[in-house]
Design a protein around this ligand. Structure first.
Ligand code: CS2
Length: 503
């Protein structure tokens, strides 16, 4: 990340001293930040956690807690530390409801560290008894899982490297294993690991991956992790695009001091957390989190309905040259496609969700997607399709088939993803494929040329994405190939018209 603040050399920076001088309308910590001690270490300080978990925790501190501050840790990149350290960990949350802005300065991050530069300090902190929770937002790919099975990808280069050199970890499973090992050696009970990324049964998957990594390292350590470490599941939700330079300038102007890394987000937020914290937890429910025994129904609803329709909009839009989700929602066909996705493919797969009308939830999603204040780039959502398609849509397709029904829109989304992999939109513009499997995927595209069936068949063979069952389904293969041929020869508009039965 390059931070580009106009006149930043001259500008006064947001920090503890600047808080009292901010314009009166801007919310800010009312608690004494110097009296707060850390209780949480957070791994991965991107925009999402700073619009979500850090805000719930800031609310808890506003409510009077003093021992649940957060230390942010980046594994490799110094960018978050370099932006936030000069600001005493403070940053601005700009929540936007169309043209209405609300600014709030968040104070829950007390310090920021970079493991690659401060390894012993980071592990020393993780061995302290007051650190009771490690939260993570490292994106789906950060856990080094096999997309189709959700188990540890033992061929992942970072996993191979960490098994060779386990006291100097680069991967998340390697890092957590080393921290838990050192903490145990220091005589401390293990911290709770709270995964806040978009995977169904995220706690269970990461628990299995860390246990497997620890077992490969040392069987006894593996047993220790399996028997003693809590990994509650969570459903996390707040639409938060990557921060742009224009956001930095706008927020800095509104604050009157420079903020190198504000976050722009929507007003809506939701957090459902499995209530299993052996060493205790902040009162997140007082900040609106739902503490539940079973998070799975909420996770499936959110991953499939929100993230699944996001991916569908994203691939079709990137190919058509539509830049943002709001623009996609202004299209004549795309909103009708995702309405069918919800009604025909996704809602029928969902278990009852406590206290929630799932159909009303999909209507609320439409309103959220239409928010003109949040400029969410379709290209950003297109990243890491190999990791996102299985939990968002492929699992639902497999469930529909096994209950005797055919998915209607999911094959179209898969075809759009395949067409998207060409790296060129219908306006002739090039874009980059960002994906852990990018080299393999783009190699397949090159070999297939303009042959849709060849392309689809080669991609179906990637077991880490499609698994073993779905590619064996003749209906699924035929539907994907039909839509892909149409996208390749006639483009998005005609394909959507044909899909919607209008030509
Ligand atoms: C999006 C998510 O980038 C993506 O793939 O679908 O980041 C989405 O905005 C969040 O999960 C909303 O909670």
């Amino acid at each position: 990340m390059t931070i580009n603040l106009r006149n930043d050399a001259a500008a006064k920076r947001l920090n503890n001293d600047a808080l009292t001088g901010l314009p009166a309308a801007i919310e800010r910590p009312s608690y004494d930040r110097k009296a707060i001690s850390p209780g949480i270490v957070h791994i991965g300080l991107g925009a999402f956690c700073r619009a979500h978990a850090m805000v719930y925790t800031d609310d808890v501190l506003q409510n009077g807690a003093t021992d649940w501050g957060v230390v942010g840790v980046a594994l490799m990149s110094p960018a978050s530390r370099d932006a936030l350290k000069p600001q005493d960990g403070l940053y601005t949350l700009l929540s936007r409801d169309n043209d209405r802005d609300n600014l709030r300065v968040i104070g829950s991050i007390l310090d920021v560290m970079v493991t690659a530069e401060q390894k012993s300090e980071v592990f020393e902190l993780l061995c302290k008894p007051e650190i009771r929770i490690v939260t993570l937002t490292v994106t789906e790919k950060g856990y080094c899982l096999d997309g189709a099975t959700g188990s540890l990808d033992e061929k992942h280069p970072a996993i191979i490297a960490d098994l060779e050199n386990p006291t100097d970890p680069r991967s998340v499973p390697g890092f957590l294993t080393e921290a838990l090992r050192l903490r145990r050696a220091a005589g401390q009970a293990p911290f709770t690991v709270l995964v806040c990324d978009n995977l169904a049964q995220n706690g269970i998957k990461v628990r299995n991956a860390v246990t497997r990594f620890a077992t490969l390292r040392d069987e006894e350590l593996g047993r220790f992790v399996a028997d003693n470490v809590a990994f509650p599941c969570t459903m996390v939700d707040r639409i938060t695009p990557a921060t742009q330079d224009a956001d930095r300038r706008k927020v800095s102007e509104m604050l009157g001091v420079a903020d190198a890394w504000p976050v722009v987000t929507e007003p809506f937020r939701q957090w459902v957390v499995e209530d299993h914290f052996p060493l205790g937890r902040p009162d997140w429910e007082k900040a609106g989190a739902i503490m539940a025994q079973d998070v799975l129904p909420y996770e499936l609803m959110k991953l499939r309905c929100l993230n699944g329709s996001h991916s569908t909009l994203a691939y079709l839009s990137v190919i058509a040259g539509i830049e943002t989700i709001t623009d996609a929602m202004a299209d004549e066909d795309l909103p009708r496609v995702i309405r069918r996705l919800w009604d025909e493919d996704l809602v029928p797969t969902l278990p009852p969700v406590p206290g929630t009308d799932v159909v009303a939830y999909t209507h609320d999603l439409e309103t959220r997607f239409r928010n003109t204040g949040v400029r969410h780039l379709t290209l950003q959502i297109s990243w890491d399709g190999s990791q996102k398609l299985p939990p968002r849509l492929l699992e639902a397709a497999a469930e529909l088939y096994s209950s005797g029904r055919d998915p209607k829109v999911i094959p179209l989304t898969v075809a759009a993803w395949m067409r998207f992999l060409s790296g060129k939109n219908e306006l002739g513009q090039d874009y980059t494929i960002t994906d852990p499997h990018a080299a393999r995927l783009t190699g397949i595209v090159k070999d297939a040329g303009s042959d849709a069936a060849r392309l689809a068949n080669a991609l179906f063979d990637i077991r880490e994405i499609f698994g073993d069952v779905l590619p064996g389904n003749a209906h699924f293969r035929a539907e994907v190939i039909k839509h892909l041929s149409s996208l390749m020869s006639h483009g998005v508009r005609k394909t959507l018209k044909a899909f919607l039965g209008e030509v």
